[in-house]
Design a protein around this ligand. Structure first.
Ligand code: IMP
Ligand code: MG
Length: 179
């Protein structure tokens, strides 16, 4: 048994990415974005709910004037992607001519982010990039390029640091993997 194993609802999880490691990587991503967007005022668009914690930390590590906005999309049903994309909400903002950075917690099948990209492209931003904390290469069902990527991880369910299992676990300071 792992002494630091935790329970979220009916499942057990083990520590996977420590708080220190997360914070270090988020600081690096923020520094990279600060250099790449020098002289610009990007708009960070977080995909709710999962990206809230990552976006909060990332934005504090970007040394530029910027805007923050959120959109919501749901495609996940507890442990597995439902494959069907539900409505995208919160995209009323005028993005024409803007430098958009979409902030995601995780790219799994790639369906959600592809859908978001399609919709945002229609708003004619001058640039659009993806910043995802996590990506599961083995789970990808379509090519997705995330210019800013925290960690590539194996195709195993994770919770914490914004990511949930059936609605819970988002407030955990580190990322845990399903046991
Ligand atoms: P995709 O459309 O299959 O790429 O799924 C992306 C969304 O599903 C992410 O934004 C997450 O909200 C959720 N998701 C995917 N994998 C996990 C996981 O391991 N734990 C928690 N949520 C996940
Ligand atoms: Mg998400």
């Amino acid at each position: 048994m792992f002494s630091n194993m935790i329970q979220v609802r009916d499942r057990y999880f083990i520590p996977f990415i420590a708080e220190k490691e997360l914070q270090k990587r988020v600081a690096e991503l923020g520094a990279e974005i600060s250099v790449d967007y020098r002289g610009k005022t990007p708009i960070l668009i977080g995909v709710m709910n999962g990206a809230f914690m990552f976006l909060a930390d990332l934005s504090r590590n970007i040394d530029l004037p910027l805007e923050v906005s959120f959109i919501r999309i749901a495609s996940y049903d507890a442990l597995a992607s439902t494959g069907s994309i539900r409505e995208l909400a919160g995209l009323e903002k005028d993005l024409a001519g803007r430098d958009v950075i979409i902030v995601e917690d995780i790219v799994d099948s790639g369906l959600s982010i592809s859908h978001v990209l399609d919709q945002i492209r229609e708003k004619k931003p001058s640039s659009i990039e993806v910043c995802s904390l996590l990506l599961k290469p083995e789970a990808l069902k379509m090519p997705v390029s995330a210019k800013y990527l925290g960690f590539e991880i194996p195709d195993k369910f994770v919770v914490g640091y914004g990511l949930d299992y059936d609605g819970e676990g988002r407030n955990l300071k580190e990322i845990y993997q399903l046991k």
